[in-house]
Ligand binder design. Structure first.
Ligand SMILES: *Cc1c(COP(=O)(O)O)cnc(C)c1O
Length: 423
């Protein structure tokens, strides 16, 4: 093994040995246990819904009577413990799915409160925190308030003083996204919802669940959330789905979201699936194991950089509730070399050298390592680093732990070659 890796991947023997030492110090028992549970939960839903090859058939045009589309919605709803779900290849990404949820339930004069700090960057324009006359929520007269985190923790007191009878909806972000804070567990989410509903039981609680699916044995919809959304090129697509998003939650809200995606009155029961059903089903079936591979990669990466003396989040023995590993490098060069190393571990475009660029929807330059079968897929090994203080890189994904492992070693090698670390 050592000879094969050092000779074929330009890894120094010292880097390999360091990797072995770190591997010995961590264990994957909890991750495997969660994966087995979730795999069986998914299997059970497939069996209960009598999935058969007729569900792999394709529809065109209006897409009436698409049995596969209906079974997919039912399986997602069952696995996530939700009343209903809307899973579609023409939901472009996570931003689109979350945006549909917000526009589905908010009306002019309503107030939305972000209770876990500033939402993910791409939602700023959707809400209207930035941009004008563009059809954002603000443009349609929806008020917005934000309860910031304190030292990365939920500020329950501030939530209690902000929520009132006029609060129509709250948005909760489960995963850390591009911020250096602990990701929330479903227990945390339950506590937030109890706090919010304790003051105004009619508040619609929406969760941005991107990167969170299958990291725990339950999902936010099983912790009291009314509506949640995510991307199919992240966790629930299992790395197999080429494009799409999902929404799950209370039936009436899912219906409203389907009106936004399609047309008022048309809703869920139309939309050609164009041959996507099989990959959406197979991807969801694989997702618990793919997520486990990603979390193992994240845990290995966290343990490696922790041992090298960097501040990491989560730390190697923290509970994990999403697939992200953040590493604070403190220098632009650290972030850049790390991402370039991750890229070299990819099955696709391993020969490409990523550089920082002005990415649409983000307010600063970003470097992205992405060597993926599906463009932008971040359940596949990938890393992003906003080029701004304090220079943090966020790594996620890994279809297999064995390939993710190599990407992490390549990143260490890259830092060593640039003399940013001694090994
Ligand atoms: C990925 C992500 C989103 C949405 O991003 P898309 O690129 O539009 O899928 C939103 N919130 C969080 C926390 C995310 O990780």
């Amino acid at each position: 093994m050592k000879q094969y890796i050092t000779q074929n991947f330009n890894i120094s023997p010292s880097v390999f040995d360091f990797g072995e030492e770190v591997l010995k110090s961590i264990d994957f028992k909890i991750i495997d246990d969660i994966a087995r549970y979730n795999q069986l939960k998914v299997l059970k839903a497939f069996q209960n819904n009598r999935v058969s090859d007729v569900h792999f058939n394709s529809t065109t045009g209006y897409g009436y009577d698409d049995a596969g589309r209906e079974v997919i919605d039912n399986i997602y709803a069952e696995v996530f413990g939700a009343e209903d779900a809307l899973v579609r290849h023409n939901i472009i990404n996570g931003t689109h799915a979350i945006s549909l949820c917000l526009f589905a339930v908010l009306r002019p004069g309503d107030t939305l409160v972000a209770v876990t700090g500033k939402p993910y960057d791409t939602l700023e324009e959707v809400i209207g925190i930035c941009g004008e006359n563009n059809g954002s929520l603000k443009d349609f007269g929806v008020n917005y308030k934000q309860v910031d985190l304190i030292d990365g923790k939920v500020d329950y007191n501030k939530i209690m003083s902000t929520i009132d009878k006029s609060t129509k909806a709250v948005i909760i972000q489960k995963s850390k996204g591009y911020s250096f804070r602990p990701s929330l567990s479903c227990d945390d989410i339950k506590k937030i919802i109890e706090t919010v509903k304790g003051i105004n039981p009619d508040t619609i609680c929406i969760v941005d669940n991107c990167y969170g699916e299958f990291a725990e044995k339950i999902e936010p919809t099983q912790a009291g959330v009314d509506l949640m959304a995510g991307s199919l090129i992240k966790n629930p697509g299992g790395g197999l789905v080429s494009t799409g998003g999902y929404i799950a939650g209370k039936k009436e809200y899912v219906e409203l979201a389907s009106y936004k995606l399609n047309s008022v009155g048309l809703g869920k029961h139309v939309g050609a699936t164009l041959g996507m059903n099989k990959e959406i089903l197979q991807g969801f079936f694989m997702a618990p194991i793919t997520v486990a591979n990603s979390i193992k990669t994240a845990k290995f990466c966290g343990a490696i950089y922790e041992k090298l003396g960097f501040t990491v989040s989560p730390s190697s023995d923290d509970m994990r509730t999403d697939i992200i590993q953040a590493i604070k490098f403190g220098t632009e060069e650290g972030v850049v070399k790390f991402c370039q190393g991750i890229q070299q571990g990819a099955p696709v475009d391993s020969f490409v050298t990523p550089e920082p660029w002005d990415m649409p929807g983000y307010s600063h330059q970003v470097i992205m390592a992405a060597g993926a079968f599906n463009q932008g897929s971040s359940i596949e090994l990938s890393a992003d680093g906003p080029i701004t203080e304090p220079y943090i890189a966020y790594m996620q994904g890994g279809l297999t732990f064995e390939s993710g492992y190599l990407g992490v070693l390549k990143s260490v090698q890259k830092l060593k070659d640039s003399k940013l670390i001694n090994l």
